[in-house]
Design a protein around this ligand. Structure first.
Ligand code: IPE
Ligand code: IPE
Ligand code: MG
Length: 257
């Protein structure tokens, strides 16, 4: 039994599957491409925005579940650097939803010992939203359980460019030598600085692509895809992904143990 097991919904779904996982073989860092909100809504004759709203409910349950089974890092893709291409009304709605999320979820995060971090080029967001981001991060900074990275205006290529820029700036003023640039230094200058690499990458919505998510951090991630749209994704699906992860032979270029 999980000592800190708190997860429960009315039907008690997900509990069994989460309980059955091998505690010794948990992924440390799980990343999720929360895709399919629009298709979820379309299937039901609803506006795309309804799918995004329902997606927040799904996220709440997955954060609870991940934290209950002692996952240390969970990174979720909420808005990509490419998502600005969408109609302004949808972009506005997503920003408002993010703002609402930052206000409404912090109490629950504190209850579950979750530390929130926003990863991405935050400076492009509105001043108000930036303030909210920093405030939400500050309010959860003492929490020592799950670190929840919410990726907003996040792009994997952008992240690497930003890291290169920071290192180049340090080199320009003589703070680092070009020959000292190594993988660790690049890693330490990413939005996810000082966090471990992704062990398991989940994508919902049926598409099998990375869409510019955590390109560096996923170098050796195990991939898991589902046809389910994000608003339908539940803790038992999360458990299924982790269960699959636990059967993988991770060789990292070497040979099986
Ligand atoms: C994922 O759902 C959420 C965001 C990208 C913000 P989509 O909005 O991409 O939903 P589909 O893929 O169109 O169904
Ligand atoms: C990826 O989904 C981004 C997020 C889930 C936030 P997209 O819907 O933007 O990805 P593509 O366009 O299908 O690659
Ligand atoms: Mg999509």
């Amino acid at each position: 039994m999980w000592k800190k097991f708190l997860y429960k919904n009315e039907k008690n779904e997900g509990k069994a599957a989460l309980d059955n996982l091998d505690k010794a073989l948990l992924p440390v860092h799980v990343a999720v491409i929360m895709d399919g909100n629009g298709r979820w809504a379309k299937k039901r004759g609803l506006p795309r925005t309804a799918g995004h709203k329902k997606g927040v409910d799904a996220l709440r349950e997955i954060v609870k579940a991940a934290s209950a089974i002692d996952i240390k890092y969970l990174t979720v893709y909420a808005f990509s650097t490419e998502n600005w291409k969408r109609p302004i009304t949808e972009v506005d709605f997503l920003m408002k939803l993010f703002s609402y999320y930052l206000d409404s979820e912090i109490e629950e995060m504190n209850k579950n010992n979750v530390r929130l971090k926003v990863v991405g080029y935050v400076e492009k967001l509105s001043e108000n939203l930036q303030k909210q981001v920093h405030n939400a991060e500050d309010r959860t900074v003492e929490n020592t359980g799950l670190t929840l990275n919410v990726a907003v205006n996040y792009g994997g290529r952008d992240e690497i460019v930003m890291a290169v820029r920071k290192i180049a700036q340090m080199a320009a003023v003589g703070k680092v030598d070009a020959s000292a640039v190594d993988e660790q230094m690049v890693d330490n200058n990413l939005y996810t600085a000082y966090q471990p690499p992704v062990d398991l990458l989940i994508r919902t919505g049926g598409d099998m692509r990375i869409s510019n998510f955590l390109l560096w951090q996923c170098a050796y991630a195990e991939l898991w895809f589902t046809e389910k749209n994000w608003p339908d994704f539940q803790p038992d699906d999360f458990a299924a992904a982790v269960q699959s992860y636990q059967t993988r032979d991770r060789r990292f270029g070497g040979l099986s143990k």
